[in-house]
Design a protein around this ligand. Structure first.
Ligand code: NDP
Ligand code: KPL
Length: 311
């Protein structure tokens, strides 16, 4: 199987190294020149709880057109990279190939479907991963629980089991779902609770959870998203969203959301796909979203300042 990992950052590096070591032909596509050069010179190194994997089988490049036709495209950029990557994939993808996109937040599938037929798109939700880049050619993960897969068009698509088998060959735990939209929304509720609140307060998840005032703001963000999900017909697997996100927060402990890590590095975050996705959906349904409106305003002002757009 020939697989392109488009966006070979923290998560993409784990996928690339493991799938290459399982015997697949892996092409890693990333815009980070030093990372691409390091992979080609010395291999892709991934450290994790079970030790270090150094794969010398990954061929890296900055331009997807150099990868040639692939059977599967795994899109692992952050939210802002999805549409440019989808455009590049659409220009080179053979008729039989599939695109699997794995991002936090909402809207990745819709952005890809502007360039490719929706029946070629699979959606993934990563559960219990904690990954970061250490440097060029070197990623680290502290946890790696489950990849959940579903077809963008829904249902028990037989191609899901084929793609799940590819992941399992790389040692990943995988489950397939007829209703992946539910999983996307359940992960979104957790990210909405933790991402913008930790970023606005400048604290990790455990500190957010331990402070009643901050946690009330976090649950306010979550309650808005939950009301919108319910109004849109999302079939949540629980009736008590507070218990659900509280248990999630307790599991991730002292984790620092990637939104806060992006701010600490002076980078724009995935705000618009996470807390920023909530107010427009609320407005369309007549559901007020004051918690998310407020935190988004704070975070957007900081992000504009990173780029000197506003002080
Ligand atoms: N890291 C984690 O623990 C987890 C992450 N996720 C989700 O997974 C997704 C990926 O996250 P993560 O791996 O951390 O992100 P990273 O920023 O580490 O990796 C994304 C990579 O994609 C590159 N990129 C951006 N645009 C393109 C493009 N058009 N073509 C090729 N490469 C591109 C980026 O380059 P550049 O930096 O130069 O833009 C970067 O190297 C996110 O949606 C995140 O929320 C989910 C669960 C856990
Ligand atoms: C830590 C956590 C769970 C917070 O939403 C996460 O997924 C992230 O880094 O964005």
């Amino acid at each position: 199987m020939k697989i392109a990992i488009v966006g070979c950052g923290a998560m993409g590096s784990i996928y690339a190294a493991r799938l290459a070591e399982a015997g697949h032909q892996v092409r890693a596509v990333d815009m980070w020149t030093e990372h691409v050069a390091a992979i080609n010179a010395g291999g892709l190194r991934v450290d994790g709880p079970s030790g270090t994997l150094l794969s010398r089988q990954v061929e890296a490049m900055e331009d997807l057109s150099r990868a040639g036709p692939c059977d599967l495209y795994i899109l692992a950029t952050k939210a802002a990279g999805v549409e440019p990557a989808a455009r590049a994939i659409a220009a080179t993808m053979p008729e039989h190939a599939l695109v699997l996109t794995i991002q936090n937040g909402l809207g990745a599938g819709e952005r890809i479907a502007r360039h490719l037929p929706a029946d070629r798109v699979l959606l993934g939700v990563a559960e219990g991963f904690g990954a970061a880049m250490v440097g060029p050619g070197h990623a680290r993960h502290t946890a790696m629980k489950l990849i959940r897969l579903g077809a963008m068009t829904g249902g028990d698509d037989p191609r899901l089991e084929q793609v799940a088998g590819i992941w399992r060959s790389g040692g990943f735990e995988v489950e397939t779902f007829a209703d992946i939209d539910r999983l996307i929304w359940e992960k979104l509720l957790c990210n909405v609770t933790l991402s913008a609140p930790c970023t606005a307060f400048g604290c990790n998840v455990a500190d957010l959870r331990a402070d009643p005032e901050r946690w009330a703001v976090a649950l306010g963000c979550m309650a808005e998203a939950y009301a919108i999900g319910r109004a849109r017909g999302v079939a949540f697997s629980f009736d008590d969203p507070v218990a659900y996100v509280t248990a999630f927060a307790e599991r991730v402990g002292t984790a620092k959301p990637s939104m806060l890590q992006d701010h600490e590095a002076g980078r724009r975050s995935e705000l618009e796909a996470i807390n920023g996705a909530i107010p427009p959906l609320g407005a369309a349904l007549g559901i007020p979203t004051p918690y998310n409106d407020t935190l988004c305003a704070v975070i957007r002002a900081r992000e504009a300042a990173f780029e000197g757009e506003r002080t």
